[in-house]
Design a protein around this ligand. Structure first.
Ligand code: CO
Length: 211
């Protein structure tokens, strides 16, 4: 019945450790959050935003879903984005994908997993759009790795094209959108050099990043 006891114990030990290292930490956080970053990542358990960037509670606002997708009809995502940009006024939005992404692999291999296939339709569209580019890669693994990267680049475009980001730029708010990819095999993040901080830069950055 209480098979999650270890998690609650672990939580108490963690909170106690934080209190000892930094008295007042929780009091300060309880007053307000002022994160500079919005993280859009995959739900994959191996890619926890705070841990891999060394950020503590209060420093990063997080949205995660299968295959780190930005879908313009996704009210959940749009709400996170709007709150992060308009209310919290984050300075950076980071779309972080990862190699070996199960969602990307499923879309690439046209696996049938159930309901999630509908969500992953978005990755299949990306694959179709870049078929020629992907065909140049040597073998399935390389194609999947490239698709993981291209998927991130396309999601950066999707973030940039939201009304939330466009409106923020139109009123002169400082905001940059970045594309990163994380290596599960080495714990390292690579910058896909798809950073956009104004609307006019989108096309040139996209062309350079897609290569
Ligand atoms: Co994933």
């Amino acid at each position: 019945m209480n098979d999650l006891k270890h998690l609650l114990e672990s939580n108490r030990a963690w909170a106690e450790g934080v209190r000892q290292r930094e008295p007042g930490f929780f009091d300060k956080l309880a007053q307000q959050q002022a994160p500079e970053y919005l993280w859009i990542g995959c739900s994959d358990s191996r890619v926890p935003a705070n841990q891999i960037t060394g950020l503590v509670p209060g420093e990063v606002f997080v949205h995660r879903n299968v295959a780190n997708l930005v879908v313009h009809a996704d009210l959940n995502f749009l709400s996170v984005l709007q709150f992060a940009v308009d209310i919290l006024k984050v300075k950076h939005i980071i779309v972080c994908g990862h190699y070996g992404c199960g969602g990307v692999i499923a879309a690439h291999d046209q696996q049938k997993l159930g309901l999630v296939d509908n969500w992953l339709r978005n990755v299949r569209y990306t694959k179709q759009k870049h078929e020629e580019l992907l065909e140049k890669e040597d073998g399935r693994d390389a194609r999947i790795a490239r698709l993981c990267e291209i998927n991130v680049i396309e999601q950066v475009v999707n973030v940039v094209q939201t009304t939330v980001v466009q409106d923020a730029w139109a009123r002169g708010q400082a905001l940059a959108v970045h594309g990163w990819i994380y290596g599960i095999q080495d714990g390292l993040i690579r910058d896909l050099e798809m950073s956009v901080s104004k609307a006019q830069d989108l096309q040139t950055r996209y062309a350079a990043a897609i290569g």
